[in-house]
Structures are given as structure tokens and as C-alpha cells.
Write a protein that binds this ligand. Structure first.
Ligand code: OGA
Ligand code: NI
Length: 312
């Protein structure tokens, strides 16, 4: 990827989604308008009034922290390079180590999660709540594309939820900021990010520069992933993001939501016409996994680019 300059903090829309989550507050159509504007703009926004209490978010970060404090040997029990596993711990990407875990349906996957009952209970609670909010938000996003309330709701109901729990520890003598995670886009439709402190940066395409995502206590950060770009036939673009560390220690939980493993994602037929020809080939999550297995990202390859249908 091209080297871009850093331009200070982004001014992100903060959207009150109370009307989506518990039918209170602003008119639904006004919220849909705000969502459309945010998705067409930076492709990300913050949500407040999402209905997930701070005890739930703090509980999830707390059990995550406890997990990363375990000894190397204990964590290594979950370690694998096999990206097809539903739960795996990775520590080869210093200064980050992480646990990736499938989260829906919870009853099917949480038995493979780190074995502490507290971890399963508190992380599970957050997983379920963030999924509920995502389904409500996804419905509104599809509506903002003119696809009608409830569009593909059953497919999203059966969809995948993959959570990446990230732990960043800066090498201590290092005075300057350090890259915690390299530039990338997320594969799913929507990512909801919970962070313990600032560090996330996004590319602002309007000026071609990196911008820091400011922290707003209690808010969750939402960004568009590759599969929403495909579904919207390019009307909404997936957000390029990375992590830059100033803090000595930082944690985040990225919850990625998509369709089920074998469900094909293609541009919605309602959004394809003569003026807007189909811009992407169909694929599913299995193709994502295959792509990651077979490709080296250091040469700038990206899954979404591999799906683009170029104009003749
Ligand atoms: C990710 C991600 C950002 C963060 O896990 O895909 O982009 O803040 N995480 O850790
Ligand atoms: Ni990401």
C-alpha cells in the first residue's frame, strides 16, 4: 500500500441508535439518513445508545486481559497457525498477540474458547449483545441502501460472527509510537470494535491520509467490511485501517459479522443496472479462508481486489 501521511484525529459521526435497539429517540428514517451519510463518507461511525451496558463491555475486556496474563505455556494450548480452526491463539505478530474465536451460535463454539468459566460467561454475554446490536444495525444499513426493512434478515440471522480479541504490548524501551497492526480491511460485512484505549487509525479517502479514531467512552466503533462493499455493489466501501500504539498496553475486541460459511455474497440484484454494472464476483467465507491460506499480504494483495470485476 502507498505511504500516507497522518493527519490527526478524524471527525467521526456519532449516531444515536436508540430507535433501532429499543425503539426510543429520533425518527427511524432520520437515523437511516445519518447511517447512509456515514457509510458513503468515511465508511465508519460511532454508535451510542446501543443498549450494551458498560459492565458488559468492561467484563469482556477484563476476562480478555486475564487470558493474556496467563503463562506462555497455558496460552500455547490454544495456539495454531491453522486459520480453519474456530478458536486459535496467535503470538507471531509482535507486538500483538490475539485470540480468534467463532461466536455464533455461541452454544456450538464457546466450549472451545479459553476454559475459564469467567471468560466464557463474560465474553459470551458481550458476544451475544454485540450480535443483537449488529443485526439491528445491519437491517438499518440495508434499508439505507434502499433494500427495504428486513432484507436478507434470515441470512444474517444464520450468519457468522468471528471475534478477534487483540492484545498489544509495546516493547518497553521504545519511545515512539509503534505499528500494532498493519493496514488492512476486514472480510465480513460489518465490524464492531471495542477498544480499551485509542490506537485505531482509518484512511480518510477524501484527503488520502491516515486519521486517528478518537475514543468516546461508552460508544462502539463500527466500520464497513469487504462483504458490505460487495453487497452494496460498491456504493459503500470497506474501510482501510491499522493500529498505531502509543500506550504501553492496549486491548481491543473486533467482532466481525457476515453471512454463513457457505452462503454466497454477491452484489444485491436491486443495486445492479445498466449504469451500475455488477462490480464484484460472488464468493463466500470459505473462499476468504482459502485466499488467506494461499496469499502473502506483504505484497499488497487484498481479498476485495481479487473480487473486483474490471470494466472492459
Ligand atoms: C482487527 C482490527 C483493530 C484494533 O482485529 O481486524 O482491525 O483496534 N483491530 O485492534
Ligand atoms: Ni481490522
Amino acid at each position: 500500500m502507498m505511504r500516507l501521511e497522518e493527519m490527526g484525529a478524524a471527525c467521526l459521526p456519532v449516531i444515536d441508535i436508540g430507535v433501532l435497539t429499543h425503539r426510543i429517540g429520533a425518527d427511524r428514517s432520520l437515523v437511516i439518513d445519518e447511517i447512509r451519510k456515514a457509510c458513503k463518507g468515511l465508511g465508519c461511525f460511532k454508535i451510542i445508545n446501543h443498549g450494551i451496558s458498560s459492565s458488559v463491555t468492561e467484563g469482556a475486556l477484563e476476562v480478555a486481559s486475564d487470558f493474556f496474563k496467563l503463562s506462555k505455556e497455558e496460552k500455547a494450548e490454544y495456539a495454531s497457525e491453522d486459520i480453519h480452526l474456530p478458536v486459535r491463539y496467535g503470538a507471531s505478530m509482535k507486538p500483538r498477540d490475539f485470540i480468534k474465536q467463532y461466536a455464533h451460535p455461541l452454544g456450538e463454539w464457546s466450549k472451545f474458547w479459553p476454559s475459564s468459566p469467567d471468560y466464557r460467561q463474560k465474553m459470551g454475554k458481550y458476544a451475544m449483545e454485540v450480535r443483537r446490536v449488529t443485526l439491528q444495525l445491519m437491517d438499518a444499513i440495508l434499508e439505507s441502501l434502499g433494500l427495504g426493512e428486513g432484507y436478507m434478515a434470515d441470512k444474517f440471522e444464520e450468519g457468522m460472527q468471528v471475534m478477534t480479541v487483540n492484545n498489544y504490548e509495546k516493547p518497553s524501551p521504545e519511545p515512539d509510537s509503534t505499528l500494532g497492526m498493519a493496514a488492512h480491511t476486514d472480510y465480513g460485512c460489518l465490524t464492531i470494535l471495542l477498544q480499551s484505549s485509542e490506537g485505531l487509525q482509518i484512511v480518510d479517502n477524501s484527503i488520502g491520509a491516515w486519521r486517528a479514531v478518537p475514543e468516546l467512552p461508552g460508544a462502539l466503533h463500527v466500520h464497513i467490511g469487504d462483504y458490505l462493499e460487495v453487497l452494496s455493489n460498491g456504493q459503500y466501501r470497506s474501510v482501510v485501517h491499522r493500529v498505531v500504539l502509543d500506550a504501553q498496553r492496549r486491548m481491543s475486541i473486533a467482532s466481525i459479522h457476515s453471512l454463513s460459511m457457505d452462503e454466497m455474497v454477491t452484489p444485491a440484484k436491486e443495486l445492479v443496472d445498466e449504469q451500475h454494472p455488477k462490480g464484484y464476483r460472488g464468493s463466500n467465507f470459505r473462499d476468504v479462508l482459502r485466499y488467506i491460506t494461499n496469499n502473502d499480504f506483504t505484497n499488497g494483495g487484498s481479498f476485495i481486489n481479487s473480487l473486483r470485476i474490471l470494466a472492459p
